[in-house]
Design a protein around this ligand. Structure first.
Ligand code: GLN
Length: 190
């Protein structure tokens, strides 16, 4: 498959390395025409406000939405998850662009500041018995999931950190920063 990785800002190169290791072609998506050849899209972590503005500046926001409506699977990690979320806890600042494709409410910077970044082992039934080591960097949480959204992973206290809705996948953490490619494989099978 040819997997698009949005490459405007953030941790896109790490996704690219894992996808290539899994034997796929990768297109760094920076312009609307880059969407023409891809089968799926990953929106990486970074700074969601910046990526949102760049999506507008590079005229990608509407074309990505259109591809999504034509059934292209999309996975958002961390900031990418914030851009996929229909809603943001406490509201999305006026005029802040986002894709808003997935029926979840994301809470930005749910664990505090950069220094409050942490790692945790998650039990993810869809990935088998082996826990998934997840890296959270100034991470968001999933506050609420809509009907038809399946929570895939939660912290020990029950707060949701990964979810799937049809062809959309959201993870609050950074699976591209470990050697474990099971989340990438899960996305590629969707
Ligand atoms: N805190 C960032 C945001 O709100 C997300 C951080 C990340 O992607 N690692 O966009």
């Amino acid at each position: 498959m040819n997997i698009g990785v949005l490459a405007l800002q953030g941790a896109f190169i790490e996704h690219e390395h894992i996808l290539r290791r899994l034997g796929h072609e990768v297109t760094q998506v920076r312009l609307p025409q880059h969407l023409d050849t891809i089968d799926r899209l990953i929106i990486p972590g970074g700074e969601s406000t910046t990526i949102g503005k760049l999506l507008v500046a590079y005229k990608l926001l509407e074309p990505i939405r259109e591809r999504a409506l034509q059934e292209m699977p999309i996975w958002g990690t961390c900031a990418g998850m914030i851009l996929l979320a229909k809603d943001i806890a406490e509201g999305r600042p006026e005029g802040q662009p986002a894709l808003r494709l997935m029926d979840i409410t994301a809470r930005r910077n749910a664990f505090g500041r950069q220094l409050d970044s942490f790692e945790a082992d998650l039990n993810v039934a869809d990935l088998g018995d082996q826990p998934f080591h997840a890296v959270f960097i100034r991470a968001p949480l999933i506050d609420k999931v809509g009907v038809g959204v399946e929570a895939l992973a939660a912290l020990d206290d029950g707060r949701i950190v990964a979810a799937r809705q049809g062809r959309f996948l959201a993870t609050a953490f950074h699976p591209e920063l470990t050697n474990d490619s099971r989340f990438h494989e899960l996305f590629l099978e969707m």
